[in-house]
Ligand binder design. Structure first.
Ligand code: ZN
Length: 239
């Protein structure tokens, strides 16, 4: 799209073009999300200068072998115990000039808290009906209720879109999946978010049967896995 716009030389004086071009330039690069079973503490200890993941293809233009190291940026994710200080590695594509970053799968793109903390809260509320009071009492050292409610609302607003994509994917890749049985588990889900968690479990089970790298993903990692999967599908925001 950027390439197509830059070719429209005569459109450059058009104010609509200029605001659109500014929006595109301001768009932060889409990260690649990768499997990192060691978690945040190990990543902080070991991945300051060397990234454990090396992308081959540019996710923007799909060219291979054109990515060159382009420094790091720092993120300060937190859990209930402490704040971490971790490097997110970046590359620049010599073919399309986009910058690419690689996010370990325990991190969301726009949230300070680790994905496991966010996941624990929304799963407890969606599946066990935990009240905000219960969740606050259980969460040690934060997060505050207002933050947890933001996660809940953000995931709720994305759940239908992600559920639709997972179901379409299962229908294509794993058509005997019990999740697709119209009288099965899917029919019992009381909310879209419950359905998303259920479908994510089935997607994870299917993926684990194919990729040994997913051995560390358990039932409690359904959202972590679906974030990894959805990033590869280009689904954008989850929470
Ligand atoms: Zn590229």
């Amino acid at each position: 799209m950027l390439k197509a716009l830059s070719q429209q030389e005569k459109g450059k004086s058009d104010p609509n073009f200029q605001s659109l071009a500014a929006t595109i330039r301001a768009r932060p690069p889409m990260p690649i999300v990768f499997v990192y079973p060691g978690g945040v503490k190990q990543y902080q200890a070991e991945c300051g200068t060397l990234c454990p993941y090396q992308p081959d293809k540019c996710p923007e233009c799909a060219t291979s072998g054109q990515l060159v190291k382009h420094g790091v940026y720092w993120r300060k994710p937190r859990d209930g115990e402490q704040v971490y200080w971790i490097a997110i590695h970046r590359w620049r594509c010599k073919a399309c000039r986009h910058t690419v970053s690689a996010l370990p799968d325990f991190l969301l793109r726009f949230r300070w808290y680790l994905l496991a903390v966010v996941s624990g809260v929304v799963v407890a509320r969606a599946e066990q009906g935990a009240s905000w009071g219960d969740l606050q009492a259980e969460a040690q050292g934060a997060p505050v209720v207002r933050t947890m409610q933001r996660w809940w609302q953000a995931l709720g607003s994305q759940a239908g879109r992600w559920l639709g994509m997972i179901q379409a994917f299962l229908a294509q890749q794993d058509s005997p999946s019990p999740w697709l049985d119209p009288h099965g588990e899917a029919a019992q889900a009381l909310s879209t978010l419950q359905a998303l968690l259920g479908a994510s479990g089935h997607l994870l089970a299917w993926a684990k049967s194919r990729w040994a790298a997913l051995a560390s993903y358990g039932w409690e990692d359904r959202l972590r896995f679906v974030w990894l999967w959805g990033s590869e599908q280009g689904l954008g925001r989850l929470v």
